[in-house]
Design a protein around this ligand. Structure first.
Ligand code: SF4
Length: 88
């Protein structure tokens, strides 16, 4: 699964803002788990995130870019919203 921006791809030689995506563990798993239907389980996606080495960068990216949908950095949209309210 590729969760990055449309038109982008992981390039290990790229040191840019999205370079962490080259190590995204979700790229090797079922994309649907990261975008569950409303009320669907997020457990499988969060389990993958728990073992992902770029989890912190992923979460930071999602927060900075106000990603509304899907699991990013091990957090659901609702959890990210809650976190953002605590931080702001
Ligand atoms: S933390 Fe989760 S959503 Fe983010 S790159 Fe890793 S596996 Fe993918």
């Amino acid at each position: 699964m590729w969760i990055g921006l449309p038109g982008t791809s992981p390039d290990p030689a790229d040191d840019g803002e999205l370079s962490w995506q080259a190590d995204a563990l979700c790229a090797q798993t079922d994309p649907e788990a990261f975008f569950p239907e409303k009320g669907g389980s997020t457990r499988d996606a969060k389990k993958v995130c728990g073992a992902c080495t770029v989890r912190a960068q992923c979460l930071e990216y999602a927060l900075e870019n106000d990603e509304r949908f899907g699991i990013w950095g091990g957090m659901s949209e609702r959890e990210r919203r809650r976190l953002r309210r605590r931080v702001v």
